[in-house]
Write a protein that binds this ligand. Structure first.
Ligand SMILES: NC(=O)c1ccc[n+]([C@@H]2O[C@H](COP(=O)([O-])OP(=O)(O)OC[C@H]3O[C@@H](n4cnc5c(N)ncnc54)[C@H](O)[C@@H]3O)[C@@H](O)[C@H]2O)c1
Ligand SMILES: [Zn+2]
Length: 358
């Protein structure tokens, strides 16, 4: 169990293996009299939908599924509007609960529907991808995309419980597994040197999805995220460290129309460029830059953004919603296990690093 300490809005992250049958007892704080909705996507519904429904129903919850198509293309207001219709039709009231069963897409959409339906009803996260288990299901960022950009509409809205079962990871496609690993490496770089060492030392076992390693990794990442969120829930400072590699990554994703990179792949390349820039600015030793690069290469994550031009990437980075007052805000590692927010790196330096050594 990892606790996210947020006063009245505190909650537990329960991490285990094959613990799904215990879901009912962990939901002892959820009223059984009101209807529940289980939001999931088509793939996850086929794999796990009936089992989770059965477990909830055998614990006396009245629950109906709502299945969205899945993928970034459905993370929009039309899907949310459709969900509201289902919620009204099922008779959800203010004591009702939303169960988000799936990856980060399902979690973000379901969380947003819960945040806004009747001005907010309870929800719980059952993340089924690595990315969702170590990152997106924790911390209460919910929302959807607009045609103008990713995650432009949303709310900070914390779940009542995050239920992580690492057994879900068995069926995850390899590319999605690696996407999650990029976020895991991120925690080592920004926050925890020992954890980074662990990722180096156990890399073969991690690559083969060893359960013990997955349990350890998930617990550590959730603890780090819980600690950061407890100190800075709405990202006025510290929480921004979790965006290491993301300003670069989002620019790569957008410029290639989301066709070339998954989120984690963009983040992996972005972390390499953040580390190279940090080394160029003299704030991180070359050994640390090499260790970061080598670990990312070992896991088979991409290290290059193809033939995009440095200047085009910088122009795209300027549009990032995390920037304030038109200045590019960057997270740069200052060592393995430590990082800082910078808003004074010149765009010329960023473009230069992007065009170097390719
Ligand atoms: N809220 C946050 O703090 C936060 C943080 C990071 C990312 N995100 C968001 O998360 C989204 C990406 O999430 P994701 O990477 O989990 O993608 P995803 O939800 O699209 O899941 C990836 C794919 O794996 C499938 N899948 C899920 N679980 C499975 C399982 N156990 N077995 C087999 N297949 C399974 C899904 O159906 C989907 O096709 C993005 O929209 C991103 O913006 C949010
Ligand atoms: Zn991310």
């Amino acid at each position: 169990m990892v606790r996210v300490e947020l006063g009245e809005r505190s909650y537990d992250i329960c991490i285990g293996e094959n613990r799904i049958p215990r879901l009912g007892e962990l939901l002892n704080f959820v009223p059984k009299t009101s209807q529940m909705i289980m939001i999931t996507d088509e793939i996850v519904f086929k794999l796990y939908g009936s089992r989770v429904l059965e477990i909830l129903r055998s614990a006396d919850f009245k629950v109906e599924p709502a299945v969205i198509s899945g993928g970034e293309g459905c993370k929009n207001l039309a899907t949310v509007a459709w969900l509201y219709e289902q919620m009204v039709a099922m008779g959800l009231d203010r004591k009702s609960t939303v169960v988000a069963l799936g990856g980060g897409i399902v979690g973000d959409i379901a969380g947003f529907a819960a945040a806004t339906y009747m001005r907010g009803i309870g929800y719980i996260q059952i993340p089924t991808t690595v990315l969702a288990q170590v990152d997106s299901s924790v911390g209460g960022k919910t929302g959807v995309n607009l045609p103008q950009g990713k995650n432009l509409v949303g709310a900070f809205y914390q779940p009542g419980l995050v239920f992580v079962d690492v057994a879900f990871i068995e069926t995850l496609p390899e590319r999605e597994y690696l996407t999650g690993l990029a976020e895991i490496i991120k925690y080592g770089i920004i926050w925890d040197k020992d954890f980074f060492n662990y990722l180096e030392e156990h890399r073969e076992r991690i690559q083969s999805r060893d359960t013990e390693c997955l349990m350890h990794i998930t617990s550590r990442c959730c603890s780090i995220k819980a600690e950061i969120v407890a100190q800075d829930e709405t990202e006025s400072g510290l929480r921004a460290l979790l965006n290491l590699g993301h300003t670069f990554g989002h620019a790569f994703e957008t410029l290639t129309n989301y066709q070339s990179f998954t989120h984690g792949e963009g983040v992996a390349v972005g972390m390499i460029y953040a580390a190279r820039l940090a080394h160029h600015l003299g704030i991180i030793p070359v050994e640390d830059l090499e260790r970061i690069t080598n670990l990312i290469i070992f896991y088979g994550l991409p290290v290059s953004f193809g033939n995009l031009k440095g200047q085009d990437i910088v122009v795209q980075m300027r549009k990032d919603k995390k920037n304030i007052g038109g200045k590019i805000q960057l997270i740069l590692p200052t060592a393995i296990g430590a990082s800082k927010i910078f808003d004074d790196v010149s765009e010329a330096n960023v473009a230069m690093i992007l065009d170097l050594d390719r």
